[in-house]
Design a protein around this ligand. Structure first.
Ligand SMILES: [Cu+2]
Length: 172
């Protein structure tokens, strides 16, 4: 009895699944036919922007006296992707603008920093932004920064992507 019921149930289920499959097939044909002309127009013109395979660690901003309107930003950036990531800018709500900086030693052995248009994080590698090397600067600070506060920054890349970073204001 139990077997007969379960067989009956199984055959009902089978009939239902065949009917569903036929309906689905019909629906798919209808879908395809209905979209034959309009589908090309429905394809997005721009592909969705892939997430940037970039992480930031130990982001800090150096606190400066109220009379100083610019400061430095340091962090370690890691590119977990397979292509280089080219940074093209940094912005913060507390600064008029940001700059990418390189520190270089000149022919006389003196080190100095200058602005650069790009900083590259190599594929699968890290770039350390530090006092003695490449770094970021915030120019035209709109208010004094307090030691211990955390401030959001936005790093931008040359291909139009961005990374939000929260940086800790620390003592000089
Ligand atoms: Cu600097």
């Amino acid at each position: 009895m139990a077997l007969a019921l379960s067989l009956a149930a199984a055959s009902v289920a089978f009939v239902l699944s065949v009917a569903l499959a036929q309906n689905t097939a019909a629906a798919q044909q209808g879908h395809a036919a209905g979209h034959a002309i309009t589908e090309p127009l429905a394809v997005p013109i721009t592909a969705p922007v892939a997430a940037l395979p970039l992480t930031s660690q130990n982001a800090t901003i150096v606190a400066v006296p109220p009379s100083i309107s610019e400061t430095s930003v340091f962090m370690t950036l890691r590119n977990t992707g397979r292509t280089p990531i080219v940074l093209s800018g940094v912005t913060s709500a507390v600064a008029a603008h940001g700059m990418l900086m390189v520190t270089r030693r000149d022919a006389q052995g003196r080190t100095g920093m200058s602005e650069t248009r790009a900083l590259t994080v190599p594929a699968g590698r890290s770039l350390t932004l530090s006092e003695t090397g490449d770094h970021l600067m915030l120019m035209g600070l709109k208010r004094p920064l307090k030691v211990g506060e955390r401030l959001p920054l936005t790093l931008r890349t040359s291909d139009g992507r961005s990374l939000k970073v929260v940086a800790l204001v620390r003592k000089p």
